[in-house]
Write a protein that binds this ligand. Sequence first.
Ligand code: E4P
Length: 217
Amino acid sequence: MKFFVDTGDFKEIEELSDTGLLDGVTTNPSLVAKSGRDFKELIADICKVVAGPVSAEVAATDFDGMMREGERLAKIADNVVVKVPLTFDGLKACRHLSSAGIPVNVTLCFSPNQALLAAKVGAAYISPFVGRLDDINLEGMELIQNIRTIYDNYAFSTEILAASIRSPNHVTQAALAGADVATIPPAVIRKLADHPLTTVGLANFVKDWKATGQSIL
Ligand code: E4P
């Protein structure tokens, strides 16, 4: 499963990119607002440090506006993926942008039917929001499983990008469900390396090594 980081925090992206764990980046208007940065400059900066796909979301909600903004965003760098909302206008924009060779991430997906539509219009990625479904007491991960089954039934090449990931357990469940990608907040990516037995085990190794009085160098 590929790892994208879900953030508009450039410093975090730079640091995580250095670990070799990052395959791409997703942003959304709320994350850009939180960053306080100029949107197009931020996307340009991210594309300089991450070679993989970088999702940049349109702000318009009508077809013509999404097309104009999508074409503008795609010009920022070769690895920009244009993100559009899962509405009828968004699906139409997805079809037109994809036909023009611009990869599209269809976002705000909350049902298997929505995911089916996105695949039919040639989306490069579909973003089902797991955490937001959990928030309203539904089973977010079931959506990933259902989309996986539908896409496999018809050999759709649209990648399932598990979004609204809130915990390490979501990452495990998304991988078990066969998501192609998980877009994960930086804090959750860092937590993936944690295990209490690793912490205790390392503390013991450090203590025992000190007691030997040796040095490797
Ligand atoms: C996906 O692309 C979205 O940016 C994101 O995963 C939304 O997550 P949230 O529900 O935690 O805001």
